[in-house]
Design a protein. Structure first.
Length: 400
């Protein structure tokens, strides 16, 4: 077993998770032994300027590398070390008001430290821990002696980590498009924490909620006369695939174009969406005409809320007018919709395929817009600001 760093992350790098800037200050190699075989993983120690920490965990499994992000929390109903030691797989507990069940119990040992490790961590140190989950909730309880620590966790797709650290794409890697590769924010991609059945249930729940919202218009019932649905087409694409331009001191190239059909209460509105890629392969989502005759377009950046991130079920349960608070954004739900990709034009591999369906909501304040979408591949969060149409068009006047 080599304890060398198997990733492209290096001490001193910065990453943005949940709108916070983290600096990578250390790496720890840990392992656990089961049936005489030791399994190893890496934990990257992240620190913000205000002194808060997060642990980014990387583990190599048969199907590739897996990432998880953990942040410490103070439970409403804490456990002592003695309490934690009594827990067994399948036991139920409640740390934050939500019931979870123990899914794994083991102990770990520190094998190597590079840079700065979390306080109290040294080579050879051992700790006991167990994992607990319910739905998309992932929690870890770790204890050494009488000291007990509690962590919330979330699974991250490799593309999320690459984007957070602004790493360039490697030759041969998948370059996800408008729906990007955030597939594991909802739990996909983790051997310990995922379940295909679980997400099938989640998807069915989302479809059921969508039926409740749009049911009368989609119903086959003859008790009510269905109101005619107003369908507004997207019209001619306002920008050209391959065009280059500069916006807010960043050079962009239009790498993907899609026509997306948005079904709302009583109307269907088609809109153009573009993926803009900068010099560092970072991607921005441009939504054109989310409202009929919109004078402003919205430029969105994808962001990754710190755990515990809202689940698709929680977002789907919201109604128009409900409050939504997420990573400093506070507003009310303006719309609930279903999006279907009708057309996709791209020069590179994109996950925005024709026929792809998303469910979503948006919220707009005077200063910012929030867009949340979800489907079987995960839940995706975007925040953005309006841009003046003519100015943006003028900035992309140079075509390929």
């Amino acid at each position: 077993m080599s304890f060398e760093n198997p990733t492209r992350l290096r001490i001193g790098m910065h990453a943005n998770f949940g709108g916070k800037d983290y600096r990578l200050i250390g790496r720890v190699v840990l392992g656990e032994t089961e049936d005489g075989e030791t399994y190893y993983w890496n934990e990257f120690n992240l620190k913000t300027k205000d002194g808060s920490y997060a642990d980014l965990v990387y583990e190599e499994v048969e199907r590739g590398g897996e990432w998880r992000l953990f942040t410490m929390f103070d439970p409403e109903y804490p456990l002592t070390a003695d309490d934690a030691a009594t827990k067994r797989i399948g036991d139920q507990l409640n740390l934050t008001g939500e019931d979870v069940r123990v899914t794994l119990k083991s102990s770990s040992r520190v094998y190597r430290i590079e840079g700065e490790a979390p306080e109290g961590i040294a080579v050879g140190a051992e700790a006991n821990y167990f994992n607990a989950e319910s739905g998309d909730i992932m929690q870890v309880v770790s204890w050494t002696g009488e000291e007990v620590e509690f962590y919330n966790g979330v699974n991250l797709a490799p593309g999320v980590v690459r984007s957070a650290f602004k790493l360039p794409y490697e030759v041969g890697s998948s370059r996800a498009g408008l729906g990007n590769a955030l597939s594991s924010l909802s739990g996909s991609g983790s051997g310990n924490y995922t379940s295909g059945v679980k997400f099938a249930v989640q998807a069915a729940f989302v479809l059921f909620l969508f039926f409740l919202i749009f049911g009368r218009g989609l119903s086959c019932s003859t008790e009510h006369e269905a109101s005619p649905v107003k369908h507004i087409s997207a019209g001619t694409p306002p920008l050209t695939l391959g065009a280059t331009g500069k916006w807010h001191d960043k050079n962009y190239r239009i790498t993907t174009h899609a026509v997306v059909e948005n079904a709302r209460m009583g109307s269907i509105i088609d809109q153009h969406e573009y993926e803009l890629t900068d010099d560092y392969s970072m991607k921005t989502l441009l939504v054109c005409g989310s409202q009929p005759d919109a004078g402003d377009w919205i430029l969105f950046e994808q962001f990754f809320p710190l755990p515990p991130a809202p689940t698709a079920q929680k977002m789907a349960a919201k109604n128009v007018g409900d409050a939504v608070e997420l990573d400093g954004f506070t507003g009310k739900v303006n719309e609930i919709f279903r999006s279907t990709v009708k057309q996709a034009d791209n020069e590179e591999l994109t996950s925005m395929k024709i026929g792809t369906v998303f469910y979503g909501l948006n919220s707009t304040t005077k200063n910012q817009s929030l867009l949340v979408r979800w489907n079987k591949d995960g839940i995706f969060f975007y925040r953005g600001n309006s841009v003046v149409v003519e100015k943006l068009k003028a900035s992309f006047s140079t075509l390929k």
